[in-house]
Design a protein around this ligand. Structure first.
Ligand code: PRP
Length: 193
């Protein structure tokens, strides 16, 4: 699975961080299309409303919504949990709320990654109170081994091991979101490179 290793000099230029491809763009494309086909089947004849959790999910949502063959609308919500580091603080709060009501809509919450489940568990609670017709979750990546809350996604792109991943929307301190593949990131202090 981990087939390629690249080196990327860090800002200081002294230490070196490494990243290796975990999931290639072609595989991602295939899974995104499969998830979109499943959603299209599940909601045949209905409209779906996709809610992206900023910022990480914006790339996945953009690709996913264009593959869904149904009347669709989109909105975004921003929450804070990870701060600038690698570990979740466990604190979740809304930074940017939805633009419009979701009452009576088939809502699909779109996440780039489901990790501890703290963010998703909080968001599901908040969104359920707003009376959507249905509420489902699509997550590109799922790290089941990290779960602290008993939440699952209805649509999962890939189950992955407990590695810190970047690319395809996922960041480390706001870097790497633009990479087309998903990478495992090793930092100098990891001692793993
Ligand atoms: C990531 C991801 C999820 C959350 C998942 O967001 O997009 O929202 O963490 O982690 P959890 O299951 O442990 O709660 P992050 O806080 O990194 O923000 P970002 O999307 O802006 O990068």
């Amino acid at each position: 699975m981990l087939s390629r290793r690249e080196k990327a000099g860090n800002m200081a230029g002294k230490d070196v961080e490494t990243r290796e491809v975990l999931i290639r763009r072609a595989e991602i494309d295939k899974r995104v299309r499969a998830v979109a086909r499943q959603i299209t089947r599940d909601f045949k004849g209905e409209r779906v409303h996709l809610i992206g959790v900023l910022k990480g999910a914006c790339i996945f949502l953009s690709d996913l919504v264009r593959e869904i063959n149904l009347e669709s609308s989109i909105d975004f919500i921003a929450v804070s949990s990870y701060g600038r580091g690698k570990e979740s603080s466990g604190q979740v709060r809304v930074l940017k709320d939805l633009d419009s009501s979701i009452a009576g809509l088939n809502v699909i919450l779109v996440e780039d990654i489901l990790d501890t489940g703290l963010t998703l568990s909080y968001l599901l609670r908040v969104l359920r109170q707003r009376r959507p017709k249905t509420l489902r979750v699509a997550a590109l990546l799922d790290k089941p081994s990290r779960r602290l809350k008993p939440v699952e996604a209805n649509y999962v792109g890939f189950k992955i091991p407990n590695e810190f991943v970047v690319g395809y929307g996922l960041d480390y301190a706001e870097r790497f979101r633009n990479l087309k593949d998903v990478y495992v990131l090793h930092l100098p202090e990891d001692g793993t490179h």
